[in-house]
Design a protein around this ligand. Structure first.
Ligand SMILES: [Zn+2]
Length: 59
């Protein structure tokens, strides 16, 4: 069985038992989400209304 290491808690876990890939648990997923919200990842500038027009879903 392959195991993965959770990037949040650094714990090994079985991906087949996780419902919150790529994290070991929903709790770690929430931690990651919190980091995003705190902009720890160095997000680009906040989107403005002009960007919405260019994202028409054509991909
Ligand atoms: Zn974890």
């Amino acid at each position: 069985m392959a195991t993965m290491v959770c990037s949040i808690c650094k714990k090994k876990f079985d991906p087949q038992n996780s419902t919150s890939m790529p994290f070991c648990s929903s709790r770690c997923k929430q931690v990651d989400l919190g980091r995003w919200l705190n902009e720890d990842y160095g997000l680009p500038a906040a989107p403005n209304e002009d960007d919405l027009e260019s994202e028409t879903g054509e991909y």
